[in-house]
Ligand binder design. Structure first.
Ligand SMILES: Nc1ncnc2c1ncn2[C@@H]1O[C@H](COP(=O)(O)OP(=O)(O)OP(=O)(O)O)[C@@H](O)[C@H]1O
Length: 232
C-alpha cells in the first residue's frame, strides 16, 4: 500500500443487522484520498456518510473489502493496531463531549495527554495557541457551561487538532457554528493541509463551505454518485 495516499478504500461493502433484518448500507466503495487534501462527503440523510467515515476512522469493523489508512489495512487488523492507528487520527463529531468540570484549556489538553506529547508547559502553550487560532483566546479559562454551542464546538475542534493528527475525520463540524466561525474552522483545516499535510475528510450539509473543498464526493443509497474537484 503506497504511503503517500493516506486513505485507500477498495470494494467496501457494509451491512447492519442480522438475519432477516440484515441490510446493506454501503455498496462497493472505491476511493483514494490524497495527502493534505480537504474532502467533503455529502448526500441525503441515510446515504452512508457517517458509516463510511467511521469505517475509515477504525471506529467500526470492516466486514467486506479493504480500507487502508496510513498504510494499515483495517480489515482483519487486531485491536492493538487499531488503537495505535486511532491515536494518529483527529475526530470531530457533533456531540462535542467536553468535560463539564474542566476549562476550555484543560479540555484541549486532554487531546494531548492521551498522546503524552511534550512537557506540561509546552502542552499548555500548544493548547493556548490552538484556542487562539480558533478565536477563543479570551475564553480559554471558561468552563463549557459558560460557553455557547458554537464556542464548545470550536473547543472540540481545538482538542482534535492540537496533537497534530495526520488525518482529521469530521462529522458536520460547522453545523453549530455561525458563518464566520464555520469559515474559521474550515480555513484552519485547509491551512493545516497545506502546512503539515493533514488530510481532512468532512461530512457536511453546509453549502457555505463547499467552495473551500479540494474534492466533493456525493453518496446516495450507499454508493458514490458524484466525485468532483471544484477547482477544475
Ligand atoms: N447502528 C446501526 N444499526 C442499523 N442501521 C444503521 C446503524 N447506523 C446506521 N444505520 C443505517 O445505515 C444507513 C446509513 O446511515 P448513516 O448514518 O451512515 O447515513 P448518513 O448519510 O450519515 O445520514 P445522516 O446525514 O442522517 O447522518 C441508514 O439507513 C441508517 O438507518
Amino acid at each position: 500500500m503506497a504511503e503517500h495516499d493516506p486513505i485507500q478504500v477498495r470494494g467496501l461493502n457494509h451491512f447492519f443487522g442480522a438475519g432477516e433484518a440484515r441490510k446493506q448500507v454501503v455498496f462497493d466503495i472505491n476511493l483514494t484520498i490524497a495527502a493534505g487534501s480537504l474532502t467533503i462527503l455529502m448526500g441525503p440523510s441515510g446515504s452512508g456518510k457517517t458509516t463510511l467515515l467511521t469505517l475509515i476512522g477504525a471506529l467500526r469493523d470492516v466486514q467486506d473489502g479493504s480500507v487502508g489508512v496510513l498504510a494499515n489495512e483495517l480489515n482483519g487488523a487486531d485491536e492493538t493496531a487499531l488503537v495505535h492507528l486511532r491515536q494518529r487520527l483527529g475526530f470531530i463529531f457533533q456531540a462535542h463531549n467536553l468535560h463539564e468540570s474542566l476549562t476550555a484549556t484543560q479540555n484541549v489538553l486532554m487531546g494531548l495527554q492521551v498522546h503524552g506529547k511534550g512537557n506540561a508547559a509546552k502542552q499548555r502553550k500548544a493548547a493556548h495557541h490552538m484556542l487562539g487560532l480558533l478565536g477563543l483566546s479570551d475564553r480559554r479559562d471558561y468552563m463549557p457551561g459558560n460557553l455557547s454551542g458554537g464556542q464548545k464546538q470550536r473547543v472540540a475542534v481545538a482538542r482534535a487538532l492540537v496533537p497534530n493528527p495526520e488525518i482529521v475525520l469530521a462529522d458536520e463540524p460547522t453545523a453549530a457554528l455561525d458563518k464566520a466561525s464555520g469559515h474559521t474552522v474550515v480555513a484552519l483545516l485547509k491551512s493545516l493541509g497545506q502546512s503539515r499535510g493533514t488530510t481532512t475528510v468532512m461530512v457536511t450539509h453546509d453549502p457555505r463551505i463547499l467552495e473551500m473543498a479540494d474534492r466533493i464526493i456525493t453518496l446516495e443509497d450507499g454508493r458514490i454518485v458524484a466525485d468532483i474537484t471544484p477547482q477544475n
